[in-house]
Design a binder for this molecule. Sequence first.
Ligand SMILES: *[C@@H]1O[C@H](CO)[C@@H](O)[C@H](O)[C@H]1NC(C)=O
Ligand SMILES: *[C@@H]1O[C@H](CO)[C@@H](O)[C@H](O)[C@H]1NC(C)=O
Ligand SMILES: *[C@@H]1O[C@H](CO)[C@@H](O)[C@H](O)[C@H]1NC(C)=O
Length: 141
Amino acid sequence: MFSSLAIVAAFVASVSAIAVTSPGTSKTWTNDGSQSITWTAVDSDPSNFTIVLTNVSRAQNRALMPTNNQILKALVLTNALSTTVDPPSEGWPAVGGTYRVNFCKSSEELNTILAQSNEFNITAAPIQSGSSTTTTTGAKT
Ligand SMILES: *[C@@H]1O[C@H](CO)[C@@H](O)[C@H](O)[C@H]1NC(C)=O
Ligand SMILES: *[C@@H]1O[C@H](CO)[C@@H](O)[C@H](O)[C@H]1NC(C)=O
Ligand SMILES: *[C@@H]1O[C@H](CO)[C@@H](O)[C@H](O)[C@H]1NC(C)=O
């Protein structure tokens, strides 16, 4: 655990002051629809960045890491301080843990990480009571 934190710290550029405030330890995502991301920043930060979803469990195996970055949104303006991201075309990854959102310099420079969220879980969306749609949730075999 400690060694993986050290690796992560080495990746995060020390010049940036962007800090991801959500998702994180107390604010998770569900696997249904758009999810929100919020952050804080200072004037000296880059004007935009690319948001990437990573699977922390997999990232600890560095050999698998290159295929593990899911770009969620590119050219996000830093001074917006929040955005919503749509699910990838194949949908959100498996419910559970553990994931991180990385803010990368650009979609071509995913190894330059400006900021990183705390680890968070993706949880199953609550079943909406009173919904008129009889969902097929759970039908997947
Ligand atoms: C995005 O940021 C880069 C610097 O990282 C800058 O060169 C580029 O002009 C910016 N693009 C937009 C659309 O703000
Ligand atoms: C995340 O990585 C772990 C470890 O490699 C793997 O077991 C799990 O299936 C991965 N989850 C997703 C959604 O890719
Ligand atoms: C997140 O998922 C991991 C792995 O499934 C689990 O160990 C952990 O307790 C979960 N954390 C929360 C806050 O649900």
